[in-house]
Design a protein around this ligand. Structure first.
Ligand SMILES: [Fe+2]
Length: 353
């Protein structure tokens, strides 16, 4: 299928409910944390990597406002970047949000402009008027691509609209420094608190029951890394346990998490799921923070944490006897800064004896 026809299929598929496209996905680029006030040279290496799809996984702009006209003006700054315009020509774009583009730092369900912000965000990313993403609270959604046997599902979680307040870490700066923690938050044991909210949980269960060979679950905040005290699923341990259990209960094979937010890149892994689950964090497109990258993460399986402007590239080799997936953090020269390889054979529960 030609690239142009391929585009038509994908855009066509994006317009319908939980669509399926015949197009093969072999390369997905993604990223987070794009400050619209900075130069964004990252788009050149993103486009040079020839992705079939680009995913914004949050902090796509730094809005941080309840002034909706100001928010739109900040999106317009992203739209005005020549690199972003080239990206729009190069491949389809899907997006979810994090706190800053949602509207408030570390924000959640208490942000009063969440409905208006959702409309601005969905309009900016040209989500079709009849998309199910527009017919319910929040901005979560899912898309599938490719034929049976090579089917990729992309699940875009909304970790903001329904999120409860995290618990603050009250320890002193000196103690946090000695423990090598960033140290803003600690796990909230209250089972009444949530990240996804009841409606999104029910929807996610339905999605995970759909047939797919690989499933990329985009969560703006890190799913597995949980020790440094920044925002993460680990701040709501009952919610994360529910996520892992849902993957087991739905027998959803091929799950890989994609996340952002933390201003550095790494791959983390846990054995708490029905099979080893990996979380590829790519952050940020413009912003990096070596100090946060140096904080503790005993779940890290990538050779390092990379704290320079970057994007994530996921490549899928469908031709291998068991399809293989490569997770690469790429730098501004297009170089691979870190890489972790997966086999689809390992993304399913071990066979019963
Ligand atoms: Fe964030």
């Amino acid at each position: 299928m030609t690239r142009l026809l391929s585009f038509a299929w994908i855009f066509c598929s994006l317009a319908s409910a939980e669509p399926s496209s015949p197009d093969l996905i072999q390369r997905i680029a993604f990223g987070s944390c794009a400050n619209q006030n900075l130069e964004q040279p990252v788009w050149d290496p993103v486009i040079a990597a020839k992705p079939d799809l680009f995913l914004f996984v949050g902090d796509n702009i730094y809005a941080d406002t309840e002034d909706l006209e100001l928010m739109k003006a900040k999106y317009a700054k992203l739209a005005a970047k020549p690199g972003y315009q080239k990206l729009k020509q190069a491949c389809p774009i899907l997006a979810t949000w994090d706190d800053h583009d949602y509207g408030v730092n570390d924000g959640g369900a208490w942000y009063p402009k969440r409905e208006e912000s959702a409309k601005i965000m969905l309009d900016f990313f040209e989500v079709p008027a009849d998309s199910p993403r527009r017919g319910r609270p929040g901005i979560y959604g899912a898309h599938t691509f490719g034929p049976p046997g090579k089917r990729v599902q992309v699940i875009l979680l909304d970790t903001r609209t329904f999120k409860s307040r995290p618990l603050k870490d009250t320890r002193g700066k000196e103690e946090l420094r000695e423990l090598n923690l960033v140290g803003w938050y600690v796990p909230n044991p209250d089972p009444a608190t949530t990240i996804l909210g009841a409606g999104q949980w029910a929807w996610l269960g339905q999605q995970l029951r759909q047939p797919a060979d690989l499933r990329f679950i985009a969560s703006s905040i890190q799913v597995i890394a949980d020790e440094k005290g920044m925002e993460s699923w680990g701040n709501f341990p009952h919610e994360r346990k529910r996520l892992y259990q849902l993957i087991a209960d739905t027998k959803a094979e091929g799950v890989v998490f994609l996340s952002g937010d933390v201003h550095f890149s790494e791959v983390s892994r846990t054995a708490e799921g029905p099979y080893p689950l990996s979380d590829f964090t790519s952050s940020g497109l413009t912003n990096s923070h070596p100090g946060w990258a140096a904080a503790v993460n005993t779940h890290r399986v990538s050779p390092t944490a990379y704290a320079k402007p970057t994007f994530g590239l996921v490549t899928i080799d469908w031709a291998a006897p068991s399809p293989r997936v490569s997770l690469q953090a790429r730098g501004l020269d297009g170089e691979t800064a870190l890489e972790v390889k997966l086999s689809c054979a390992d993304l399913r529960p071990p066979a019963e004896p």
